[in-house]
Design a protein around this ligand. Structure first.
Ligand SMILES: C[S@@+](CC[C@H](N)C(=O)[O-])C[C@H]1O[C@@H](n2cnc3c(N)ncnc32)[C@H](O)[C@@H]1O
Length: 277
């Protein structure tokens, strides 16, 4: 057993994701994205994962409405299915963004928080979004900015490459391509863009060590079958221990000025779009 396998302690990707990534940096962006939902809306939460945005959207849409959470990874969807939603009816459906099982013009609003960087065929995904939205309905998405545009955590990309090999760069979650790519895809599918911006919001980890552990044990990567799998290093590989310690030391050195009584407090940057079908 290594320190990292001890950290994971048999917990699933969904459990680790909800325990560490969600409160640290996803929740604030999800909450802001769901503010685009109005009472009564029929909502699509694309790449819903464990149901974070789904929950906020359900609350905002209200009792008489419905929210569909749609995702390709069964384990994450199962976690979403185990949650309770107070508000709109929630249905959780498995499938790929590139091929949605929904009628044309069937949603008032679609949301996607930190999912577009993982889909394999981006153009097809935007075509599908345009198809399933009613004319005039809106799509809102948030995708992490690249390392060079991350105000505080951008160094992680070089540190991972330095200690675990050049193939670690770019960090998958940060590799989307920014507002330019969002604009290209939305305009290519015939959307009218109403907002395109970089948003910087607070991130808080319980400690720098927690960031190191969760980054190594539970960073998402796209597997060959198109679903998301967990982690970027083999948790039980003892030959990696010196590299893991050296990586942790670099992270501590880079971030100690953000550490305080309440853990590690800094910010994450994400590129966002709102557009009309
Ligand atoms: C970082 S998680 C974000 C989950 C959720 N939106 C949130 O805010 O917590 C990325 C999600 O994208 C999903 N995903 C990746 N590729 C996909 C695809 N082609 N179609 C549908 N979902 C996909 C993954 O299964 C995963 O749940």
């Amino acid at each position: 057993m290594t320190r990292l396998s001890d950290f994971v302690r048999g917990r699933s990707m969904a459990e680790l994701y909800d325990t560490y990534w969600v409160p640290a940096c996803l929740d604030v962006f999800a909450h802001a994205l769901a503010a685009h939902v109005a009472p009564g809306n029929r909502v699509l939460d694309l790449a819903c994962g464990t149901g974070l945005v789904t929950g906020y959207a359900s609350a905002n849409a209200g009792k008489s409405a419905s929210v569909i959470g749609y995702d390709a990874t069964p384990d994450l969807l199962d976690a979403a299915r185990r949650k309770r939603y107070d508000g709109a009816d929630v249905e959780l459906i498995e499938g790929f963004a590139e091929d949605m099982p929904f009628e044309d013009a069937s949603f008032d609003v679609a949301l996607c928080n930190q999912g577009l960087q993982y889909v394999i065929d981006r153009e097809k995904t935007f075509e599908e979004l345009k198809r399933v939205l009613k004319p005039g309905a809106t799509f809102h998405a948030s995708v992490w900015s690249s390392a060079k545009d991350q105000p505080h955590f951008g160094f992680l990309e070089d540190a991972l490459a330095k200690h675990f090999g050049p193939e670690q760069k770019p960090i998958h979650a940060w590799s989307f391509g920014g507002c330019d790519e969002l604009q290209r895809l939305a305009e290519g599918a015939g959307f009218t863009i109403t907002r395109l911006e970089k948003k910087v919001l607070p991130a808080r980890f319980e400690s720098t060590q927690a960031l190191v552990d969760i980054q190594l044990a539970c960073a998402g990567r796209t597997d060959d079958d198109g679903t998301i799998a967990m982690g970027i290093v083999d948790l039980d590989d003892v030959s990696l221990l010196p590299a893991i310690d050296a990586f942790a030391a670099d992270v501590r050195a880079a971030l100690h000025r953000f550490e305080g009584e309440n853990g590690l407090a800094a910010t994450f940057a994400s590129d966002e779009i709102s557009c009309r079908a």
